[in-house]
Design a protein. Structure first.
Length: 134
């Protein structure tokens, strides 16, 4: 907290505070601190991913999805935000959007078994069981 008092524009300090709150499973406080860190360091992929996880664990699904989309824009070759967005969209009962996200993840990492499974689940929920078996 001392460095935040000295320099409130220090994104690394806000990130560290977010991590401290996350370690204590105080998800709303972690999300608040990660959000400030993300404002100060908008191109930091790891902060966006941590912010997404904190929002998710706080129950803020739409915010978590927005964070994942921001992370995928920052680093479009990483499979994790696409895969996690697909999983989240399945949870949010948006299987068609989940299919799109998971297909993108599959293009980035073709042999990922978890992505293939989740894609099958999303296709089944879209009413396309034959496609899901491929």
């Amino acid at each position: 907290k001392r460095s935040l008092t000295i320099n409130p524009k220090d994104g690394r300090s806000w990130e560290a505070m977010g991590r401290l709150y996350a370690d204590q499973q105080k998800w709303p406080a972690a999300a608040d601190h990660y959000a400030i860190a993300a404002e100060l360091r908008p191109d930091d992929y790891s902060i966006r991913m941590a912010l997404s996880a904190s929002h998710y664990k706080s129950g803020a699904r739409e915010a978590a999805l927005s964070d994942l989309r921001a992370a995928s824009t920052i680093n479009p070759t990483q499979v994790q935000p696409w895969q996690m967005a697909g999983i989240l969209l399945i949870e949010m009962n948006q299987p068609a959007a989940a299919v799109e996200s998971l297909r993108h993840a599959q293009q980035l990492e073709p042999g990922n078994a978890d992505t293939m499974y989740r894609l099958g689940v999303a296709l089944m929920r879209c009413g396309r069981p034959k496609t899901s078996r491929k």
